[in-house]
Ligand binder design. Sequence first.
Ligand SMILES: N[C@@H](CCC(=O)NCCCC(=O)O)C(=O)O
Length: 261
Amino acid sequence: MTDLKSFSPLVAVAADVRDFEGYRWHAAPETYVKAALTGAGAIPVIVPSLGDALDIDALLERVDGVLITGSRSNVHPTLYGASADPRTEPYDPARDSTTLPLIRAALRHGVPLLAICRGQQELNVALGGTLISEVQDLPGRDDHRSPVSEVQAERFAIRHPVRIVADGCFARILERDEIDVNSLHRQAIGELAEGLVVEAVAADGTIEAVSVRDAPGFAVGVQWHPEYWVSTDAPSGRLFRAFGEAMRARAASRGLLAAAE
Ligand SMILES: N[C@@H](CCC(=O)NCCCC(=O)O)C(=O)O
């Protein structure tokens, strides 16, 4: 019998759509796929943002988790009842048309879900919530954008505290009441979707982590980027390990481990 800890689950990874070299590419940054491998012990499978051409239910029968990545693009405002505005660009409608149904289907199927930055925003919109834009310009809010730098490690530097809500799933995973996180976003959760629970907040009230209230298993979103320092930052490592354990448990519950003998 394959040992649960040594089993490598498959994790579906969301893709951005980009045009360059005369082609349309569906891609995910290496930091996310490497964190899936090293942090969660999962084999990443990038899912092209092909919208309703994808049989998402069939996909979710074959994977053990879903990782929704961050992105410089924003969820299209019309998806949460707002109007398109140059200040909320750039958009990636192909990604939206894939991630929102993928998130809802993952929750329906009980597939472990980790949604990061844009991913947390997509989770909130997928469940009926809204977003606020240009957070740094709003009264009482801090600037959550990345530091201006050509050096990624400087842009993803850990730089502000977030309070972990007591007795929540993040408190159980992290075993801390406060952690320090990086921050690279201009938008944030506005109206919280009904099915979400706040798990962490910044000093200015920005929602920094959520969980899905009635999810059968691991289903969380974070506004920060645990993938970037997954190997060196303890909270980041804990979060990805918990994601990996949830994916292995799902694989075991589906009898995959017996098949892997
Ligand atoms: N675009 C959204 C989501 C932010 C996000 O996912 N950032 C990750 C990319 C970071 C970078 O390379 O700049 C927002 O701005 O809120």
